[in-house]
Design a protein around this ligand. Structure first.
Ligand SMILES: [Cu+2]
Length: 156
């Protein structure tokens, strides 16, 4: 009988330890340094961009934080998102414009420290002249919809 109680006790302890471990994973705070970032390709953007997901995933209804790295002379044709897009420039410069078609004459250059907050379903475009890193904050589920479907790299 005593051993039964001991077994039951250790099962409860094991469950509690397991629960606190998974709680720590879902609510634990994160300390991220640039060296921790793992960069990968971005199927929804023209080739050349890299993404590092810090918080997410972007496909679920949770807050996300990602970094995007664009090479020099990179362009993202006009597109929109289903939710508010918050862009903070970390390095380089991002040129952004609002409209249905990429127009290099109609844009604003955002330098490091600058931020842009874009409302859902606003057509906008991006281009760079130098390598640029931005941070994107928003809430999923995220999507990129191109004004002209032919611009969508997933259709190529
Ligand atoms: Cu965008």
């Amino acid at each position: 009988m005593k051993s039964m109680i001991q077994v039951a006790f250790s099962v409860v302890v094991a469950l509690l330890i397991g629960m606190s471990a998974s709680l720590a994973q879902s609510t634990g705070h994160k300390m991220i340094s640039p060296n921790d970032l793992q960069w990968s390709d971005v199927p929804s953007l023209p080739p050349g961009a890299k993404i590092a997901v810090i918080e997410g995933p972007m496909s679920e209804a949770v807050p996300f934080t990602v970094r995007l790295k664009f090479p020099a002379n990179y362009q993202i044709p006009a597109h929109w998102h289903p939710a508010v897009e918050r862009v903070t420039v970390l390095s380089g410069a991002v040129n952004m414009g609002v409209g249905d078609k990429l127009d290099m004459q109609q844009s604003m250059a955002l330098s490091p420290g600058s931020m842009m907050i874009l409302q859902p379903k606003t057509n906008h475009y991006v281009f760079t002249k130098e390598e640029t890193i931005v941070q994107l904050n928003g809430a999923g589920p995220w999507a990129v919809t191109y004004v002209n479907p032919a611009d969508d790299p997933r259709n190529k």
